[in-house]
Design a protein around this ligand. Structure first.
Ligand code: PHE
Length: 472
């Protein structure tokens, strides 16, 4: 058998459109939906943020998703090798589409390990310990535990990827995604039913918290603040739909030719946005009832510090709700991490002719080593750096900054120029409508990919670099 045949044999495919949509939605729904979306919404005028986000999803998000999935399906190639089949001179974009997931995987797995630790703590009835001050800090500064949990998390993802596209990714997504939806709904409904008699604020209910979340607030709105809200929503959307990480190209390359690509993109976006919205319904009322509006923060401290305290205040039910919550977060994190592993593995398969099994083992081992360095960033290798976007952090934050704030917008701008100006939007439109599907927003696609999307991304990039400053 020639090398080419080996590669062909290894190149799997999703069995059906639903499998593809669930897998892609699984990638899109991740930690960002849970710990960042609700926080931004609470900070940025509640319903106002939601409206801005939805408008951007239907225009900007739609354009970028269609583009990457079409590139994947048209070329049937990995992120690394797809671009050279579009244009020889622009094949370098592929190197970035492969570098980004390579850099994200280790730190995403480190965080996945934290989620696994909390899930285990709640599952074994130790949720109350997790609510103690200092629990999170003690855990991540420990030398062995974070590495072990990260290893287990990474191993789960590796086993799924090792089993292939339809046998691993599709099968596991078909199980995990429906369970995730059920868990989100259960916790969200519960969150709306809670109430607390607060000495300072009187009786506060979950519905009061919901109002803060969904009713648009125009208080103190100025043009500058509105622009800031738009940029917050844009940055969040960009990260949330998993573009510029190689993932959608890899998954697109496994999408059946007769699947309706336009419809699938709409479904992925609806899935991603609805789960992000429901994450807010789970989190905001609960935090509001027990901690007030000041309790709402974003990022790791929301999930690993504030929420365990909220669960502890729920009394006997708290441990069960916490278990359901962290199970749901774990599913969201696994389906995202496995997609990012697949982006690299598919590149090794297509670019270097490796077998899937060998590629999975090699990349997982590399991610393990870098992941351990990330974990040691909180003890042995501890240092603090100021980043150009105004935040400070450790190794994890540096990797996050490098990928999310610099490499991803840059890669995506390059893709917009290639498709919009060099090979022309018709390349993507033809692929997206290859079975005679109707692309209702065709003119919108052309305007977005040529002008608006790259302009937005450039502003995002300049803001990350600290060159444009919108915040006060
Ligand atoms: N959309 C994902 C999230 O919200 C983004 C992501 C996917 C990040 C895969 C890392 C890996 O978490």
């Amino acid at each position: 058998m020639q090398k080419k045949d080996v590669v062909k044999e290894e190149r799997g495919s999703f069995r059906g459109t639903i499998g593809f949509v669930l897998a892609a939605a699984g990638s899109a729904v991740g930690l960002g939906n849970i710990w960042r979306f609700p926080y931004l919404a609470a900070r940025d005028g509640g319903g106002l943020f939601l409206v801005v986000y939805i408008v951007l999803a239907l225009t900007f998000g739609f354009t970028l998703l269609i583009t990457e999935i079409s590139i994947g399906r048209k070329t049937k190639q990995s992120p690394l090798t797809a671009y050279m089949h579009i244009s020889r001179e622009w094949k370098w974009i592929g190197y970035f589409q492969c570098l980004v997931p390579f850099l994200i995987l280790p730190y995403y797995c480190a965080i996945g390990g934290w989620v696994l630790k909390y899930f285990t703590a709640f599952l074994t009835g130790h949720g109350d310990d997790a609510a103690e001050d200092g629990y999170f800090g003690d855990f991540i500064t420990g030398r062995t535990a974070p590495g072990i949990y990260m290893f287990i998390f990474l191993a789960i993802c590796a086993v799924i990827i090792y089993m292939g596209v339809s046998g691993g990714i599709e099968k596991s997504s078909r199980i995990m995604m429906p369970v995730l939806v059920v868990l989100v709904i259960v916790v969200a409904v519960f969150s709306l039913t809670i109430k607390n008699d607060d000495p300072a604020r009187g009786v506060v209910t979950g519905i009061d918290g919901l109002k803060v979340y969904v009713i648009p607030s125009l208080k103190g709105i100025t043009l500058k603040r509105f622009l800031l809200i738009v940029m917050d929503a844009l940055g969040q959307l960009f990260f949330s739909i998993s573009v510029a990480m190689g993932i959608m190209i890899a998954y697109g390359s496994y999408m059946p030719d007769d699947s309706n690509l336009v419809k699938s993109v709409n479904q992925i976006e609806i899935f991603d946005t609805v789960i992000a919205f429901l994450a807010g319904v789970m989190i905001i009322p609960a935090v509001y009832v027990f901690m007030g509006p000041e309790g709402m923060n974003g990022g790791p401290s929301l999930m690993f510090v504030s929420l365990p305290k909220v669960f502890a205040q729920m009394g006997v039910l708290g441990n069960a709700v916490g278990t359901a919550f962290f199970a749901m977060v774990l599913f969201a994190a696994v389906t995202s991490a496995m997609s990012i592993l697949e982006a690299v593995v598919s590149s090794l398969i297509d670019g270097f002719g490796m077998s899937r099994k060998k590629a999975t083992v090699i990349e997982s081992l590399i991610a393990l080593v870098i992941g351990l360095v990330v974990c040691f960033g909180y003890n042995i290798f501890y240092f603090k750096v100021d980043l150009p976007n105004g935040t400070t952090g450790q190794i994890l934050d540096i990797l996050d900054y490098l990928t999310n704030n610099l490499l991803m917008p840059f890669t995506c701008i390059a893709t917009c120029i290639l498709i919009g100006w060099v090979v022309k939007p018709d390349t993507v439109i033809k692929e997206a409508t290859r079975n005679g599907e109707h692309l209702g927003r065709k003119w919108l696609y052309i305007v977005m990919i040529k002008f608006i999307a790259p302009a937005f991304l450039l502003v995002l990039l300049l803001m990350s670099m600290g060159i444009i400053k919108l915040a006060d």
